[in-house]
Design a protein around this ligand. Sequence first.
Ligand code: PLP
Length: 392
Amino acid sequence: MKKDATRIVSAGRKPEWTGGIVNPPVWRASTILYDSVAELRGRGAADTHHKLFYGRRGTPTQWSLADALTELEPGAEATLLYPSGVAALTTALLAVLEPGDQLLMPDSAYDPTRNFANGMLKRIGVETIFYDPLIGGGIAALCTDRTKAILMESPGSLTFEVQDVPAIVGVAKQRGITTLIDNTWATPLLFPVIGLGVDYTILACTKYVVGHSDVMLGSVTAAPGHYQALRAATYELGQTASPDDAWLGARGLRTMAVRLDQHGRSALQVARWLKARPEVARVLHPALPDCPGHDIFARDFRGASGLFSFVLDGGSDAARTTLIDGLEHFGIGYSWGGFESLAIPVDPQRHRSATTWQAEGPLVRLQIGLEDPEDLIADLEAGLARFADARG
Ligand SMILES: *Cc1c(COP(=O)(O)O)cnc(C)c1O
């Protein structure tokens, strides 16, 4: 079988879509012209998967990226693209859930995912039960005959708890519950999940697939038997990603393996350095033992990406702010997965209901970019000195 680094170079490329062109060109379309009324009617009645029908259903530009993402998840049926990671998440959830259903969601879920559960899902009569991300097989105790779906996100947003995905999938399979995972942090390169029995895997392609901080894009890849429901919901909601954005996503994907490798190595170097600093209480990086679920990470993942948090030892929000505001190589901004480093203050206690977040001091989340890690470490060293001064 081809190795991932080989597969990612040509995945999704088909001669009938590209001719001899290496990267699929941008096929922009709304109207598709048919030769006759009979052909127009025939196409409408047929399965339009990967056939030109109407612009909203995509062109070879989107299909090529979608197919490439499917190829990276051995055993998957097919992938659809969305205008953002959040659109991918909400569409997948709406494909599965109906009024009266219960959804189980980790307490460490990405905040907009949580907002969707507490907002629109609640309004349409879907109840969300938040669970401890470290629950593992203990999730069986939360399942009722109304439990329709279990969402996972591993590691969790902000606090990086690693979930026991095989144990949760085992419980779900026994009970006929659909499983979904937000796999944005690891991507299929570091944690392929369809082979583990997950039904839907969701990526904010905005992050590592695009990799250059200039496009919003999401994807959902479905296991066999789950694609039709996803496609129906996607079409009903009118969800579509632009060909220009898909083209940039496909361009980014070609270098994702090398970028992830570098992000991962630099982030681990910075994380280990932080771990040894007296101003730092804990480093929440899945490859380090301080991180809840580290053993599961070591068992299940092929490596780590470039995003993690660290807990300061004491100090106020203002002391944390002096650390972040003075950084030279770290931008202050949301999102991650691009080539440049970022630092933000995060306050997980604001987003918890099933668990409580307690820490020795304030938390900082770092996205480690492609700069030289020694420059990043020097920058953080000066930042920790500012923090220590402010903390007193
Ligand atoms: C950023 C992010 C998303 C949302 O992606 P957008 O493209 O910004 O909508 C979803 N999940 C996780 C874990 C993320 O970090």
